[in-house]
Ligand binder design. Structure first.
Ligand SMILES: NC(=O)c1ccc[n+]([C@@H]2O[C@H](COP(=O)([O-])OP(=O)(O)OC[C@H]3O[C@@H](n4cnc5c(N)ncnc54)[C@H](OP(=O)(O)O)[C@@H]3O)[C@@H](O)[C@H]2O)c1
Length: 342
């Protein structure tokens, strides 16, 4: 349950949110670059599997506290919230370790390897009364607030059809985390999670899910379409590929109008609202600064200041449902991971 405001704030007025980052890979660097664009955040510490990498990252992003190992960062009393930026198979253990050490956590997508892991992470947050959120950054971009406002106002009528796709031409490398099962390889957990989450944001929990996929040499999903049906009668089709580079569009179709989010819809800047017989209305949310990760940081800050243990924009119950949806099609396709429980 989302904590109601009025609880004791986790961050005192006037104090910045002190971030620690675990993992020093690609997204960790992009996130670190956006910290100065957040409302009130400082980058306090970094933890890596090696001191050399922590030092190099610390030098690049001007981070004072650098740890050889993740546990020391989790125990740093000068850190309020940890951003978990490891490959997905490590999300479960690292997140729980941080929560047990009393830290709040923003954990990268995909949140976990399966629903059972996600549930244990959520349980750990509740047990320790700490904030936890999946870093589904797309949801926090200003454009997405506007899209939700239009949908919730009923301006496009009842949403009956949604489609979204995402992808890029990746270079095959069996050791790379996108392909290696032990690193959580496959397009769904890396890319497909975006349109699955988008459909969930608009339509909620599906009552039927099925999909078709092409598995590659390492037996992970490289090309797929997922079809979902909802109790309202709405349907959604979401696709992802790591074998080609589609124009990535997101489309929400209601009984009275359509929202079309332009390429790349998952890091959106523009969209149009189309109604039969009317000229399309165009909306431009081009960012003035940063890549766009500052908005999820601001949401974490808002929640911590209001004493909330989860966000109502990306609730944990929804993260869990998204994991269940993804797990169901992965099982259908025969994709197996070392972390699978059954
Ligand atoms: N939100 C977004 O836009 C976005 C974009 C890309 C990726 N992601 C997500 O962020 C996570 C990381 O992606 P990435 O592209 O940054 O990955 P990456 O470049 O491979 O970096 C991951 C980092 O995690 C640490 N790590 C821990 N265990 C590891 C292991 N067994 N093998 C390799 N590295 C390990 C490493 O840091 P140390 O060596 O310092 O410990 C490594 O540098 C994934 O879950 C991914 O889905 C999100």
């Amino acid at each position: 349950m989302v904590t109601e405001p009025g609880n004791t704030p986790f961050i005192q007025p006037g104090q910045p949110v002190r971030w620690g980052i675990i993992g020093t890979g690609k997204i960790a660097g992009i996130f670190a670059n956006d910290i100065p664009h957040a409302d009130n955040a400082t980058l306090q510490a970094v933890g890596s599997r090696s001191q050399a990498s922590a030092n190099a990252f610390g030098d690049t992003y001007n981070i004072p506290r650098r740890y050889d190992g993740y546990e020391d960062l989790a125990n740093d009393p000068e850190v309020d919230v940890v951003y978990v930026a490891t490959p997905h198979p490590a999300h479960h253990d690292v997140t729980i370790m941080c929560l047990e050490a009393g830290k709040h956590v923003l954990c990268e997508k995909s949140f976990a390897m399966n629903a059972a892991e996600a549930q244990e992470m959520i349980d750990a947050a509740k047990k320790n009364n700490r904030f936890l959120m999946e870093a589904m950054w797309t949801r926090f971009r200003p454009l997405m607030y506007k899209v939700r406002e239009i949908v919730n106002s009923g301006e496009v009528g009842e949403v009956q059809f949604l489609t979204a796709n995402i992808g890029w031409t990746a270079t095959f490398d069996p050791e790379f985390r996108l392909y290696a099962p032990e690193l959580g390889g496959g397009g769904l957990l890396d890319a497909g999670v975006y349109p699955v989450s988008f459909a969930s944001m608009v339509l909620g929990k599906p009552d039927q899910v099925c999909g078709v996929a092409t598995l590659g040499q390492t037996n992970v999903d490289e090309n797929a379409i997922i079809a979902m049906h909802y109790p309202s009668g709405a349907v959604a089709s979401v696709g992802f590929t790591i074998r080609s580079s589609p124009v990535s569009l997101g489309m929400i179709c209601g009984t009275r109008g359509t929202i079309l989010i332009d390429h790349d819809w998952h890091r959106p800047t523009t969209f149009s609202l189309r109604k039969p017989g009317e000229e399309p209305q165009h909306f431009d949310y081009t960012l003035k600064a940063g890549v766009g990760y500052q908005f999820e940081m601001n949401e974490v800050e808002r929640c911590l200041r209001e004493g909330r243990t989860e966000s109502d924009v990306m609730p944990l119950s929804e993260t869990l449902t998204i994991m269940e949806t993804m797990e169901s099609v992965l099982r259908e396709w025969g994709v197996r991971y070392p972390s699978d429980r059954n």
